[in-house]
Design a protein around this ligand. Structure first.
Ligand SMILES: *[C@@H]1O[C@H](CO)[C@@H](O)[C@H](O)[C@H]1NC(C)=O
Ligand SMILES: *[C@@H]1O[C@H](CO)[C@@H](O)[C@H](O)[C@H]1NC(C)=O
Length: 360
């Protein structure tokens, strides 16, 4: 009996050692502990579920519409996971506009000379026009394929600013970047006249949404897992300087868009909660989850919620709308205001949410 017990326990011990070695040796990440600010760790409840009042546009027709934009004629565009740029014309009808063989379209923006600029996490920056369809604007940076372009904005001087959340992990492994919690993100500028790309900001914590201020005197970029947005000055005495625009957000900022009154709408995504916060506090958990992505899916599906905030130019939250349990709309990744409504994109939904602001 005793010897059997010893045999069994040494077997268990050997298995544990083997597992530990395996977990550390094969782990794709080199993690540090993620600091979660108080606003995000306490409770990220918005105390209201007003986003449950959204009208679902294009339901079933739109596969994971991550980002939305509206052109000067009031036509609403979104890029979907099946490679379509779909659009809703003024009478409310949706149509398939342009298609590209891609499952990695992300941020989109209107271009001043017509058409859209689209981020493709595998192909780079693309231009889409009525006449020409898709064409590649930028596919290489320093001789390497531009991977994981995430969000983009065009300034009136023609410069194109865009984010790369992680130079280490790709779009489909984005959660590894969060688990590793080292800053691999960049904000870049592409000048179409000189055909040059430069790094504007480096070592960002998952550089995500990018927006220009109303006067284009500064640029904002979201750092998702640092729960903050940075301000980079483009003009004036502070030109070239960086400061914190807003920090300690109640969840991770995804896309950001200028509102008509000069403030900003930020979509916040739930990357931690009371239930799942432990994941970010232990390197062992991080390694385990990094090796077994299904665990990550399990943990992330345990938290459903949607939240958007409106932030004034001083960096104060002035409005907050949510769907705390993601009952009607979950994981909102973008919010754009147009004609007294918010239009909401989400990578977990099959519709764009339309939310009336006047009654809210
Ligand atoms: C722009 O630069 C890239 C390399 O960075 C090069 O491959 C491409 O041909 C250039 N395009 C033009 C129009 O000069
Ligand atoms: C290109 O590489 C040079 C040399 O390593 C570096 O200084 C520069 O920042 C890089 N540019 C971009 C856009 O990555």
């Amino acid at each position: 009996m005793a010897s059997n017990l010893i045999k069994t326990s040494s077997l268990v011990l050997a298995a544990l050692v083997a597992l530990t070695v395996q977990v550390f040796y094969f782990s794709p990440i080199d993690p540090v502990i993620l600091e979660i600010p108080s606003a995000a760790s306490s409770t990220s409840s918005t105390k209201n579920n007003q986003l449950q009042n959204v009208i679902k546009l294009g339901e079933g027709f739109l596969k994971q519409p991550e980002d939305v934009c509206v052109d000067k004629d009031g036509i609403l565009y979104t890029a979907t996971r099946d490679g379509w740029i779909k659009r809703m014309v003024r009478n409310g009808n949706w149509e398939n506009w342009k298609h590209i063989d891609s499952s990695s379209l992300l941020g989109i923006t209107t271009s001043k000379d017509g058409g859209l600029i689209v981020c493709d996490a595998t192909k780079g920056l693309l231009k889409v026009t009525e006449e020409e369809g898709f064409s590649v604007i930028l596919s290489q940076v320093n001789g390497s394929q531009l991977m994981f372009a995430d969000d983009v904005i065009e300034a009136s001087d023609g410069n194109i600013y865009f984010s790369v959340p992680s130079t280490k992990f790709g779009m489909h492994n984005w959660y590894l970047d969060v688990l590793e919690a080292r800053s691999h993100g960049q904000l870049l500028r592409y000048n179409p006249l000189s055909n040059e790309t430069v790094i504007v900001l480096d070592h960002l914590a998952f550089a995500n949404g990018v927006a220009l201020s109303k006067d284009e005197d500064y640029l904002l970029v979201c750092e998702t897992w640092k729960f903050r947005c940075l301000k980079y000055w483009l003009k004036g005495i502070n030109k070239g300087k960086t400061e914190i625009f807003i920090e300690n957000l109640p969840a991770g900022p995804d896309n950001i868009n200028l509102a008509p009154d000069g403030s900003f709408w930020i979509a916040l995504i739930q990357i931690t909660s009371e239930k799942t916060g432990f994941v970010h506090t232990s390197k062992v958990f991080k390694h385990l989850i990094a090796l077994f992505p299904r665990l990550f899916n399990l943990i992330s599906s345990a938290t459903k919620s949607a939240m958007v905030v409106k932030v004034d130019i001083e960096g104060n939250i002035i409005k907050k709308f949510g769907d705390d349990n993601g009952k009607i709309i979950d994981f909102v990744t973008s919010a754009i205001e147009f004609e007294d409504h918010l239009y909401l994109g989400s990578i977990k939904c099959d519709f764009v949410g339309k939310f009336p602001l006047q009654s809210a």
